[in-house]
Design a binder for this molecule. Structure first.
Ligand SMILES: Cc1cc2nc3c(=O)[nH]c(=O)nc-3n(C[C@H](O)[C@H](O)[C@H](O)COP(=O)(O)OP(=O)(O)OC[C@H]3O[C@@H](n4cnc5c(N)ncnc54)[C@H](O)[C@@H]3O)c2cc1C
Length: 252
């Protein structure tokens, strides 16, 4: 299920960024163009950093599923894991992507792109609330989107205060929670479409696929998002151990 939900959520996110790129290019309305460009700007560190972190995890699960066969070079799983590892390093390491999200993208244009992104997520929540059987999942996503707003505000304020280093020590967890919320958004969006298809009498061969989309959203929202809430709690506490520790305290 871990592999299924991330592959589906990641694919949808990358298609969504592609769609925003197209819209930013072809839109005739200057305001709309700017909105799409802003959403792309905020999503880039997630589409590059969060996605490649999770992609590596997916490959690692793949190795585990095959056991010893997954690890040895005789089978392609080991090569997939190794090939995937570099994506976290090249074209900007993921640590730098996380700092880009916090340091540049969060406050871009007085925070409008981030607010626009949260607005887009709210549109899918409204769509899911109307879909048969998805009201509970939609309410859970709404709850965490509101919490993300609080976390983003806290991080923005802390990054502009004398505790700037504390904020940056939590740049990577911040990218992770943003990514988790975006994954839940993509999966709920897919589930809302699947629920509509099932309600309209989907073809027999497609029924299991659509039911699977709803299970993906359910799995992610009930099994992963509670962990995301925990990470948000840690970010809001912004403990300073990582930056207060003296260099001499390492080793030994
Ligand atoms: C297979 C491969 C192909 C590549 N192809 C290309 C290519 O086609 N074109 C191209 O231009 N480059 C290419 N690169 C280079 C790639 O862009 C760099 O490897 C990448 O940007 C990371 O830089 P670095 O390796 O110098 O690591 P470093 O910058 O030394 O980073 C090491 C670690 O320190 C962290 N770090 C760095 N600076 C900071 C900071 N200020 N604060 C906190 N943490 C920091 C990083 O996140 C990372 O974890 C390629 C690299 C590889 C391995």
């Amino acid at each position: 299920m871990m592999m299924k939900v991330y592959v589906e959520g990641i694919r949808s996110l990358l298609y969504y960024v592609g769609m925003c790129e197209d819209k930013a290019k072809i839109c005739e309305d200057a305001k709309e163009k700017l909105t799409y460009q802003g959403i792309i700007d905020v999503l880039i560190p997630i589409a590059k950093g969060y996605v490649t972190d999770r992609a590596f995890e997916v490959c690692s699960h793949g190795v585990q599923v095959y056991g010893g066969y997954g690890y040895i070079r005789d089978y392609p799983m080991e090569q997939l894991l190794r090939d995937c590892r570099i994506t976290m390093i090249y074209e900007g390491t993921n640590g730098i992507q996380a700092m880009d999200l916090l340091g540049r993208k969060l406050g871009l244009n007085k925070g409008k792109p981030m607010m626009d992104l949260l607005g887009e997520i709210q549109k899918s929540i409204a769509m899911a609330k109307d879909a048969q059987g998805l009201e509970g999942l939609a309410a859970k996503l709404e709850e965490i989107v509101n919490k993300l707003g609080e976390v983003a505000l806290h991080m923005g304020m802390t990054a502009m205060s004398p505790k700037v280093m504390n904020a940056f020590a939590f740049a990577h967890p911040f990218m992770e929670v943003c990514g988790d919320v975006v994954m839940a958004w993509m999966l709920l969006w897919r589930a809302a479409i699947a629920s509509k298809k099932l309600g309209n009498g989907a073809k027999k061969k497609d029924v299991a696929f659509y039911q699977g989309q709803i299970k993906s959203a359910e799995f992610f929202i009930y099994s992963i998002l509670p962990i995301t809430f925990g990470k948000m709690k840690a970010i809001l506490a912004t403990n300073g151990a990582a930056i207060e520790i003296a260099e001499d305290s390492f080793g030994g």
